[in-house]
Design a protein around this ligand. Structure first.
Ligand SMILES: [Fe+2]
Ligand SMILES: [Fe+2]
Length: 242
């Protein structure tokens, strides 16, 4: 198993591990490293990926320098290797939204988490990440995303999930492959808030989308976000009523 490293925005690195046996065409699991005075890792990866992903981090910076560990929601690919990261990086602090700290980290994390409020900014020194609460988007009550304000990078977690091992970065269509994956897996908890939550991300005007499964995107990212929001609105409208 090997994890490839690609810089998708200035000092923002995609650490991608392709697992060919997952899903219909294999599946990438992507962590993101924000290289700043206080480096931040977004997504821990599963425990089985930790050796490969930590070696990938070490190609960019000393793993012991990691200061922040963040993720969107409680699932093995998002935070399974949390304990391993905190053990390897003794100064690292896990940070999550208030709900996630209350329902999971305050009890389960090996050291106390730093809870971030909706809209709160962490100044990393050279990079600034804003926490955005997105409950149940893509899924899980504790879900949230991060937006790096200097590079305009939105860390989308499972939004725009697509299969296979596509290029690290594209300016092409993300929505078509994401809709196909949604139809295959049905991974999003579609509620009346789904479209509105995604439109709130579009309003930020991101220039890069750091996608957890598949290619990241470079360009006018408001357009694919609006389009994805419309897809989920249509899905909700088409749902059978009781
Ligand atoms: Fe997920
Ligand atoms: Fe995921």
């Amino acid at each position: 198993m090997e994890t490839r490293v690609d810089e998708i925005a200035e000092r923002i690195y995609r650490l991608s591990t392709f697992l060919p046996a997952v899903g219909p065409k294999g599946f990438t699991f992507n962590q993101f490293l924000v290289d700043a005075d206080q480096p931040l890792l977004f997504h821990c990866g599963q425990r089985s990926l930790f050796p490969a992903v930590s070696q990938a981090v070490a190609r960019v910076l000393d793993v012991r320098r990691l200061r922040w560990i963040a993720f969107s929601h409680i699932e093995a690919d998002e935070c399974g290797a949390l304990d391993e990261w905190l053990e390897t990086a003794p100064a690292a602090i896990v940070t999550h939204g208030a709900i996630g700290c209350a329902i999971w980290l305050n009890d389960q994390a090996p050291r106390p988490p730093r809870a971030l409020a909706d809209g709160e900014v962490l100044d990393l020194g050279g990079r600034r990440v804003r926490r955005l609460d997105t409950p149940h988007v893509p899924h899980c009550w504790d879900a949230g995303l991060l937006y790096e304000e200097i590079t305009g990078t939105l860390f989308t977690s499972d939004l725009f999930t697509h299969v296979g091992d596509p290029p690290p970065l594209t300016d092409g269509d993300l929505v078509g492959p994401a809709v196909a994956a949604e139809k295959h897996f049905g991974f999003t908890a579609v509620t009346p808030a789904t479209g509105a939550t995604i439109r709130r991300m579009a309003a930020l005007g991101p220039r890069t989308l750091a996608v957890m499964h598949g290619s990241s995107f470079s360009g006018d990212a408001a357009a694919p976000l609006e389009s994805l929001a419309g897809f989920y609105d249509d899905l909700l409208r088409a749902a059978p009523r009781r």
